[in-house]
Write a protein that binds this ligand. Structure first.
Ligand SMILES: [Zn+2]
Length: 244
């Protein structure tokens, strides 16, 4: 089990058993190295995320707004120390550790440490309440968030043992999204070049010899269609993968 000394010390202070992390198979979440302000709340509070997650959030929020749906951040980056404070406060209010840890991650194991997780709310509902699942904002996210690289981390019956959190979304498209976009761009360019070659061959009647066999020009018509379609497909897909 991955549990650095710093986290063990916090666990000891709060009375959290290290077995819990193993039993629930919670992945350790490192604190983000670089953060930027993704949004400033109406109360002036700054919500920070990694630069790529913040950019994806802004694109998603603007797309929702264009569809008439309001998305607001209720929580974004949270340090390990802040998470410890949250657990400490709940303990001080008399909540049991079991209850606290069914809703809050143990310090060191919150996706919010990574700067890629957000809790979303919308106008007319209280943040962090199950009723968020019946809002237009949630329905919009369920249908569109994946296009921007966000996934719902804790659906009902999730394997980590957290309560259903319809408001908690995690940005996953960082490095993978960049690589996929680059791959699709290169594929698009290659298929584009092949299409162009076929068109030039048809225009100028170029002969192509393959070990003595002259490739018929008619094959180039098929080549234009296939390579052209693959080129268009590759470029269309790049638009569906969230940009970094
Ligand atoms: Zn959350």
């Amino acid at each position: 089990m991955e549990c650095p000394a710093r986290i063990r010390a916090i666990f000891a202070e709060l009375g959290i058993a290290t077995d819990l992390v193993e039993a629930r198979r919670l992945p350790l979440c490192a604190e983000a190295a670089a953060l930027e302000v993704a949004e400033i709340g109406e109360d002036g509070r700054e919500y920070r995320m990694t630069p790529s997650a913040a950019a994806a959030w802004r694109r998603m929020r603007d797309a929702a707004r264009a569809d008439g749906v309001t998305l607001q951040i209720a929580s974004a980056f949270r340090s390990v120390e802040r998470q410890a404070e949250i657990v400490r406060d709940k303990l001080a209010r008399g909540m049991s550790l079991a209850t606290i840890l069914s809703a809050s991650a143990p310090p060191g194991y919150s996706e919010h440490h990574t700067g890629q997780a957000i809790d979303v709310t919308t106008s007319g509902v209280a943040a962090f309440e199950p009723e968020f699942a019946s809002t237009a904002a949630y329905r919009w996210l369920a249908g569109n968030a994946a296009r921007f690289g966000f996934v719902l981390s804790f659906p009902p019956g999730n394997r980590y043992g957290y309560q259903y959190e319809p408001w908690h979304w995690y940005y996953t498209a960082g490095q993978g999204g960049r690589t996929m976009r680059a791959y699709l761009w290169i594929s698009g360019l290659v298929f584009g070049a092949v299409t162009l070659l076929h068109i030039l061959r048809l225009a100028y009647g170029w002969q192509v010899q393959l070990s003595g066999w002259t490739v018929p020009l008619e094959l180039s018509w098929a080549g234009v269609i296939v390579a052209g379609a693959l080129c268009a497909w590759a470029f269309a897909l790049t638009r569906r993968v969230s940009a970094p």
